[in-house]
Design a protein around this ligand. Sequence first.
Ligand SMILES: Nc1ncnc2c1ncn2[C@@H]1O[C@H](COP(=O)(O)OP(=O)(O)OP(=O)(O)O)[C@@H](O)[C@H]1O
Length: 243
Amino acid sequence: MRKSFGPVEALRGVDLHLDAGEVLAVVGDNGAGKSTLIKHISGVYRPDAGRMLLAGTPLDLSSPREARQRGVETVYQDLALADDLSIGANIFLGREPMRRLFGFLPVVDERTIRRETADLLKRIRSEIPPEARTVARLSGGQRQAVAIARAIYWKAKVVLLDEPTAALAVMERERVIHHTRDLAAHGVGVIYIGHNLVEILKVADRIAVMFRGQVVHVTPAAETDQETLIKYMTGYSESKKAA
Ligand SMILES: Nc1ncnc2c1ncn2[C@@H]1O[C@H](COP(=O)(O)OP(=O)(O)OP(=O)(O)O)[C@@H](O)[C@H]1O
């Protein structure tokens, strides 16, 4: 896949695959192209050249909404949750179950929302009390859990996590890692963007390193270490190859 912004080549021929049930981490220095790549998969950008396939079918996305409809959920760093709504309302936002009042008047089925939300939080073993009033009162890690629960409930095929732990305290980071593994265990393919290599090595099955708009290295997480990743992230390995 290729993408330029004027003279800037943000993606210079990126080729990647993601399996169901795996966590693929994408790392790279600032400006390497990670966000640009994510924005293609989440339907924000269209590639100048190249294409994406989902389970063998072309994934030609014209909007983030279409991406969600096709089973691609994105969890951004600054989480797009509606602060003044409940956890349940956030999980069902825009896709609320309805029931008929007096047999004809369609209204939102609050009881189903409450029941399904409680089940879901139990399923992901989240410590958030389901009756927590609004999302505004939740911690950063709990907000991530809500977004991840939403992806599981709506049977996302692919979930993009963009620096999910960047703003979190240590304990909370551990929880997000746990929830990320949980997503993969549900058969979801997860793309995890991050900067913290200790965390990346813990959460990922495979790691792709981007450097100047290209994927320069892909490796199973179990077969690499911080030092090797940093070499690829800084272009050291590339310059050695060229020499
Ligand atoms: N909308 C845009 N207009 C112009 N240039 C852009 C735009 N978005 C990204 N770029 C450029 O494309 C390149 C890749 O940027 P990108 O944000 O994808 O990198 P990144 O790896 O996500 O970096 P970071 O870790 O800092 O978020 C950079 O040179 C950046 O300046």
